[in-house]
Design a protein around this ligand. Structure first.
Ligand code: AMP
Length: 430
């Protein structure tokens, strides 16, 4: 029988890599907390309607990429393709709009999209999602962008490009849509099939088409910024002044759009120069009309989502510090079957006293156990066999220097801890 493999486009994050993820997520957690954002855990599936309304019926995500299924009671459910709609759903469902605003939340976890897999693009991928819900102030947009940039700074990422735009609001967007349509109409034949179908439904989406011919036309198109109403223009101006105030370098990109009515004002993206085609390490913006679209009151909001796989890839490419793989400080070596209960008890005592420790469970000989200890990167091997038992002693071998020490058994744990502290290793929970 053929062995079962993981589905196409999903990845196992194995021990060789998972510690790098832990590092990134840990820095993300601390950064979010430093900016006043609290963690939430949200479900990975929701009612399909939340996404079809919350992301928009005419988006690629909703039209082509959702993992939608019926549960046993024939409800249509969907594996979340992103977290913003769930965040706003949760915010409304738990009455957070009645408390102090804005409510600042973050979460991290897997998202699911049926896309063509390639480097940096998967069908299950992780996002860090950060949202500030309940404030219209442009400085919250600045804070959101600043948070993502501070995260990348703490992670040591370089060669990043920040692009910002404003997509206006339902007040001014119809004017822009008209201007854009009159520009595109004479060029309709030169656009790809998808863009031609977007012309009536959602012409703004033509601006971010990846097809080179459409892109060349989009580059010539009038900018949305010129059509902004007073309020959106002021908001965009303050956003840029806020970004300049924190010394962020950014460029305006008139082709950066979100293309749906409930996305308003700010849109931004951070691109990595080291990623190839899938080069966005995060994207975000404002969605002042989203809460209403999913059945709530009018609540402004702004946020971003960052792809963890792409952050890890970029960090590897740039040789950034990513912490280190966990390893045992001590490996308990027990060459004789009869000493196993005592050896295991020693292992347990070490662990209880906060020392990362491990041992062999496959009945290897002394030499092979020492080899495993070195292979796992242990600093000390603590040998407890029949001979040591009889003499009530413990032999401790420093695996870096090769030196060996003998201790009375009852002093074993204290001696090991002092050897480790000489090497700069303190208790894990100190
Ligand atoms: P989006 O929700 O499409 O704005 O995406 C936000 C971020 O999530 C992007 O900037 C990427 O870093 C990441 N991302 C989106 N789609 C994928 C995918 N299929 N695989 C890996 N990362 C992704």
């Amino acid at each position: 029988m053929e062995s079962i493999k993981a589905p196409r486009g999903v990845r196992d994050i194995l021990p060789e890599e998972s510690w790098k993820w832990a590092f990134v997520l840990d820095v993300a957690r601390r950064t979010a907390e430093d900016f006043g954002y609290a963690e939430v855990h949200l479900p990975v599936f929701e009612h399909t309607e939340l996404f079809s309304r919350g992301i928009g019926e005419t988006t690629d995500v909703v039209e082509k990429e959702m993992y939608t299924f019926q549960d046993r009671a024939e409800r249509s459910l969907t594996l979340r393709p992103e977290a913003t709609a769930s965040m706003v759903r949760s915010y409304l469902e738990h009455g957070m709009h009645r408390g102090v605003q804005p409510v600042k939340l973050w979460c991290a976890g897997p998202m699911f999209r049926y896309e063509r897999p390639q480097k940096g693009r998967y069908r299950q991928f992780w996002q860090l999602d950060v949202e500030a819900i309940g404030a219209a102030d442009p400085f919250v947009d600045v804070e959101i962008i600043a948070l993502s940039l501070e995260l990348y700074r703490r992670l040591g990422l370089s060669n990043l490009e920040v692009k910002v735009n404003s997509v206006g609001c339902p007040e001014c967007r119809p004017t822009y849509r008209k201007t854009l349509r009159s520009f595109l109409e004479p060029r309709l034949d030169e656009l790809c099939d998808t863009c031609r179908s977007r012309f009536d439904r959602n012409p703004l989406r033509i601006l971010d088409c990846k097809n080179p011919q459409c892109a060349a036309i989009a580059d010539q198109a009038p900018s949305v910024v010129e059509s902004l109403c007073g309020e959106c223009g002021t908001h965009f101006g303050l956003l840029q002044r806020g970004l300049e105030g924190i010394g962020a370098s950014f460029s305006l990109d008139k082709r950066l759009v979100r293309g749906l009515d409930y996305y308003t004002k700010t849109a931004y993206e951070v691109l990595s120069g080291d990623l190839g085609a899938q080069n966005a390490v995060c994207g975000g913006g404002r969605y002042d009309n989203l809460a209403e679209v999913i059945g709530g009151p009018h609540v402004p909001g702004v946020g971003f989502a960052a792809g963890i796989e792409r952050i890890v890839l970029t960090m590897e490419q740039q040789g950034c510090f990513m912490g280190s793989a966990p390893r045992p400080a001590v490996f308990v070596v027990c060459p004789d079957e009869e000493a196993r209960p005592e050896a295991f008890a020693l292992l347990h005592l070490l662990r209880q006293s906060g020392v990362a420790a491990d041992m062999d469970f496959t009945g290897k000989g002394m030499k092979a156990q020492l080899k495993v200890a070195a292979g796992k990167g242990a600093l000390l091997a603590c040998i407890l066999g029949s001979e040591e038992l009889r003499a009530s002693r413990l032999a401790v071998k420093d695996l870096e220097s090769g030196e060996q020490h003998l201790y009375a058994r009852e002093e074993g744990v204290a001696s090991i801890r002092s050897l480790l502290s000489n090497k700069g290793i303190s208790r894990k929970d100190d």
